[in-house]
Design a protein around this ligand. Structure first.
Ligand code: C2E
Ligand code: MG
Ligand code: MG
Ligand code: MG
Length: 279
């Protein structure tokens, strides 16, 4: 009886694993064969000043879609791209695309607008990355003090001297660095201080469960402020969450309450509409 049960479990496990591996293989192959300009798109999610309601920036979020697989979420394809050595060319495409597209918006919004782009650990571990970044900024004529690179807390704090060196070089270029998904990793005040980043983004899990996490959110805000960092709250979906954050020292908010990530044309229309309604 026990043996039979074990046997079934084994078969079941095997089948699931096979399905999972097959899917990874399909996504990997699709990424390897991708025509970047056709299969990748950037969507942009507004970042809003919680005190004034003005749009002060955007986060670029990568989308992938092809004929055989349809849409694949970044939560699925980014880790696969990282595991199979595909994230460097993809990351470069993202930066180029984001900088050349968003330059108009930076000019239109007269000075305060910041564009955030996510970067992976492999990009920061690559010693050529600062040069790649500098070249893209020059080629696209994107004003570098309007760019922020988002690195996850995990990536930034628990990693090598190489990563820290790259972060320093990015900052030396005049580009900002933000710690994404903050609160889910293991940073100490001391580590954060040494990294000399500009911004913290409170992970959306804390905003989703505010009833249980208000004390943590207050602590993160206090920590950010004591280090002189700006703080963004991610995943704001309701007016209650927005109102709570407005009453704190939180600077910026981002989430479905304001807008989902949207194509560039829609983002532009959103900014124009907000500018006129704030006058
Ligand atoms: P992230 O950088 O933390 O981005 C925030 C994610 O939360 C996005 O998911 C966004 O669509 C989603 N989001 C925004 N507001 C809300 C909200 O109010 N409620 C909820 N439930 N979700 C919200 P998305 O676009 O699926 O991206 C997932 C992750 O994939 C990103 O997390 C980022 O780590 C990674 N990613 C996306 N684009 C890139 C890229 O160009 N390069 C790299 N390296 N990673 C990327
Ligand atoms: Mg991000
Ligand atoms: Mg995040
Ligand atoms: Mg994330």
């Amino acid at each position: 009886e026990a043996k039979k049960h074990e046997g079934n479990t084994f078969v079941h496990y095997n089948k699931t694993l096979a399905t999972e591996m097959n899917r990874i293989f399909e996504v990997k192959t699709a990424l390897q064969q991708a025509d970047f300009d056709r299969d990748f798109t950037l969507h942009y999610q507004p970042v809003v000043d919680v005190k004034t309601d003005q749009v002060v920036g955007a986060e670029a979020l990568l989308r992938f879609e092809n004929d055989t697989l349809g849409r694949v979420s970044p939560g699925e394809f980014i880790p696969i791209a990282e595991d199979y050595g595909l994230i460097l060319p993809i990351g470069e495409w993202v930066l180029k695309q984001a900088c050349s597209t968003m330059r108009e918006v930076v000019e239109m919004t007269e000075g305060m607008f910041k564009m955030a782009v996510n970067v992976s650990i492999q990009q920061l571990e690559n010693s050529h990355f600062p040069l790649v970044l500098k070249t893209i900024l020059e080629e696209t004529a994107f004003p570098k003090d309007h760019l922020i690179l988002e690195v996850t807390e995990e990536t930034s704090v628990s990693h090598s001297a190489r990563v820290k060196e790259t972060i320093n070089q990015i900052e030396a270029l005049g580009v900002g660095v933000s710690i994404d998904d903050f609160g889910t990793g293991y940073s100490s005040l001391e580590k954060l201080h040494k990294l000399k980043v500009n911004q913290l983004k409170i992970d959306q899990s804390f905003i989703r469960d505010l009833d249980q996490t208000k004390a943590i959110v207050h602590a993160i805000l206090a920590m950010g402020k004591s280090l002189g960092l700006s703080v963004v709250a991610e995943g704001v979906e309701t007016k209650e969450q927005r109102d709570f954050l407005k009453a704190t020292t939180c600077d910026y908010v981002q989430g479905y309450y304001f807008s989902r990530p949207i194509p560039f044309k829609d983002f532009q229309a959103y900014v124009i509409q907000k500018q006129s309604s704030n006058k």
